[in-house]
Design a protein around this ligand. Structure first.
Ligand SMILES: Nc1ncnc2c1ncn2[C@@H]1O[C@H](COP(=O)(O)OP(=O)(O)O)[C@@H](O)[C@H]1O
Ligand SMILES: [Mg+2]
Length: 487
């Protein structure tokens, strides 16, 4: 089915999420929709599938003007979408999930539907068991299930919004092969992603979005620098891989054991060097957080010892750790890091409270203004922190860090941020390493872990890997370990 979008416009309050979008997608194409977080990709797809109504503009299917009123209406018209956020499935079997989609009045033959699931599953080399309970399936399997279900409902257009988040490398290969096959059968595939490599690998043509606008349409052969230019409106330099790791051991962990109500980690031994960056990889909840909190003095190990600069810190509290130069930046910026309702200036006053610096508001404002400038924060001294965007909140947190730090612990330091902010934040962190600080951080982005770490620890099911040299490993190798292979 051919899709034509004309002058599509959509605003959410002051945010112009889609600004006069014009795009035609012929049948049998794999159309890439590329753009940074917040560029407006999902909004456009939700308009095309009836989740949102455009403020203005037209949608044409095979050159006929249509009004798509709801997601169900979209499926009836032949457009199905796999969502960015994993769907919540009720506790039911695969087969019932299929039967649920059939129209009332019909009494579908269970056996027949089961055979149909197996046939489709075979055709695409998926392993879907009609009798499995959906809640026991991995994200990748649910995604396969949802593709099969939409095909079974007869969609002619398949939209996938950031479909490779949370699935294995093997499932990704199968997904891509499936999409190529579907397109060759005449289906229209729309592949939404902020990942350049994926779009380059898979798509026949690519539309690039930036700040709500469609800023370019690109055909193969692709040039990466051209995409980068379109996505960011300028050439972005990725910081070079400088390491400031020294030979001095700053922290030594000896036979550390950690426990909370559902997880137990045993016998962790590690020396963290001054200036070193250690990345913690693993599925969410595999113990990375326990590990960080132990290093922050927020969680006591159940066994073993922590030495900082040769001194035994085991059992000492958070304030003692803090006073020796340890800082902890939690993932939830607004819940644990910043204080909603307070302005930037008030935050700086609080963080500097031990000094005489702020006898008057004026000097507090001055210092805040200076920090806003140095840390490139889009906001004013009187902006309340919850009014800032995620990237600016993160910059504010960094601006609040004390000068002489020896160990900085960060959870997902760049999650949800655009590439430019992420690169900027890491350049600031590298300056800290140059000043001899060590960094330990978690991230679900393996590219980030590889790019910035000196060494990497992988967490899986209560196990912690020996430190892995970032120079001698790959995303694939880490992915295997994270998934429990190769231990
Ligand atoms: N339901 C909504 N309410 C308010 N703002 C929204 C809503 N959905 C999206 N936005 C805003 O619209 C912009 C585009 O978002 P989105 O389409 O999700 O971008 P992308 O999918 O490219 O990351 C963002 O600034 C986002 O915060
Ligand atoms: Mg999106």
């Amino acid at each position: 089915m051919k899709i034509t979008l004309q002058h599509i416009d959509k605003s959410f309050g002051k945010v112009h999420a889609n600004d006069d979008i014009n795009l035609t997608i012929p049948s049998g194409t794999i159309q890439g929709i590329l753009g940074e977080n917040g560029a407006g990709k999902s909004t456009l797809m939700k308009i095309l599938t009836g989740y949102y109504q455009a403020d203005s503009g037209e949608i044409l299917l095979d050159d006929m003007k249509v009004k798509i009123t709801s997601p169900e209406d979209a499926v009836v018209r032949g457009i199905g979408m796999l969502h960015q956020d994993p769907l919540d499935f009720p506790p039911m079997k695969v087969i019932d999930n299929f039967l649920l989609g059939t129209k009332g009045g019909l009494f579908p033959n269970r056996k027949q539907v089961e055979n149909e699931i197996l046939r489709l599953s075979n055709e695409f080399d998926f392993q879907i068991n009609p009798d499995a309970f959906v809640e026991t399936m991995t994200v990748g399997e649910r995604q396969q299930l949802e593709i099969l279900r939409l095909l079974w409902l007869g969609v002619k257009v398949l939209i996938l919004d950031e479909p490779t988040t949370g699935i294995s490398a093997n499932q990704k290969d199968k997904l891509f092969a499936t999409l190529v096959k579907l397109a060759s059968q005449g289906l229209t595939v729309i592949f939404v992603s902020h990942k350049l490599e994926e779009v380059e690998q898979l798509c026949n043509r690519v539309a690039v979005f930036r700040q709500g606008k469609l800023v370019g349409e690109v055909d193969p052969p692709y040039r990466t620098d051209q995409f980068v230019y379109l996505m960011f409106g300028k050439n972005v330099e990725v910081g070079e891989k400088a390491s400031f790791c020294t030979d001095d051991t700053y922290i030594k962990l000896k036979n550390i054991g950690l426990e909370d109500y559902r997880l137990r980690l045993k016998d962790i031994n590690l020396e963290i060097k001054s200036g070193e960056i250690i990345g913690l990889a693993g599925m969410e909840g595999s113990g990375q957080r326990l590990f960080l909190r132990m290093l922050a003095g927020l969680m006591r190990p159940v066994s073993g010892n922590i030495y900082i600069d040769g001194v035994d810190f085991t059992g000492k509290n958070y304030h003692v750790f803090q006073n020796s130069g340890v800082a902890y930046l939690p993932a939830s910026r607004l819940e644990e890091g910043l204080i909603p309702g307070m302005t930037l200036t008030e935050h700086f006053i609080l963080s500097e409270k031990h000094r005489e610096l702020f006898v008057d508001q004026r000097s507090a404002m001055d210092l805040t203004e200076e920090r806003i400038k140095t840390f490139n924060i889009k906001g004013t001294p009187v902006s309340q922190v919850e009014q800032l965007s995620g990237g600016n909140q993160q910059r504010a947190l960094l601006a609040l860090l004390r000068k002489r730090l020896r160990l900085i612990l960060m959870e997902h330091p760049t999650r949800g941020l655009d590439i430019e902010s992420a690169i900027w934040i890491w350049s600031k962190m590298k300056e800290r390493c140059k000043d001899c600080a060590s960094i330990v951080f978690t991230s679900s982005d393996l590219d980030e872990i590889l790019q910035y770490s000196d060494r990497i620890l992988v967490f899986f099911g209560g196990l912690v890997s020996p430190p892995i040299n970032a120079k001698s490993t790959t995303v694939d190798e880490l992915g295997q370990l994270i998934g429990g292979k190769g231990w």
